[in-house]
Design a protein around this ligand. Structure first.
Ligand code: 5GP
Ligand code: ZN
Length: 114
């Protein structure tokens, strides 16, 4: 998608600190980290929101969980615990309209979220 910042990161047109990449997904450090570990896992395919996921996209979400586990183990937060969160639409706080899962860890998380 032309004006999508995360598509531009996928295409390496703008820089990001990439922590994982394969044919389906890319993961990179969040620019405004909210925890010692804070990366974003995105499908390379442009899908604006979770509501736009189609049946043919569903395999991506299981794969994202697998990638989150890989990142968590690599960064030493698997056993301590991590949070995987995706915001959908405005009231949730979604600000970039290309599906992304935040993986957060390395500190104690509060619940409920703000
Ligand atoms: P949302 O609010 O949509 O759930 O999360 C969007 C996230 O993307 C935010 O945490 C924000 O810091 C991050 N972000 C926005 N633009 C960029 C960027 O250009 N590069 C990186 N690495 N992160 C970004
Ligand atoms: Zn996109």
């Amino acid at each position: 998608m032309n004006d999508c910042i995360f598509c531009k990161i996928v295409e390496k047109k703008i820089p990001a600190r990439i922590v994982y990449e394969d044919e389906l997904v890319l993961a990179f450090e969040d620019l405004n980290a909210q925890a010692p570990v804070h990366a974003l896992i995105i499908p390379k395919k442009h899908i604006a929101t979770l509501l736009d996921a189609r049946d043919e996209d569903l395999h991506l979400f299981g794969h994202i969980v697998k990638v989150a586990n890989t990142i968590a183990r690599d960064r030493g937060i698997a056993e301590r615990g991590y949070r995987l969160v995706a915001n959908c639409n405005a009231e949730s706080g979604q600000s970039v309209y290309h599906i992304h899962f935040h993986i957060l860890g390395g500190r104690h998380m509060q619940w409920p979220p703000g």
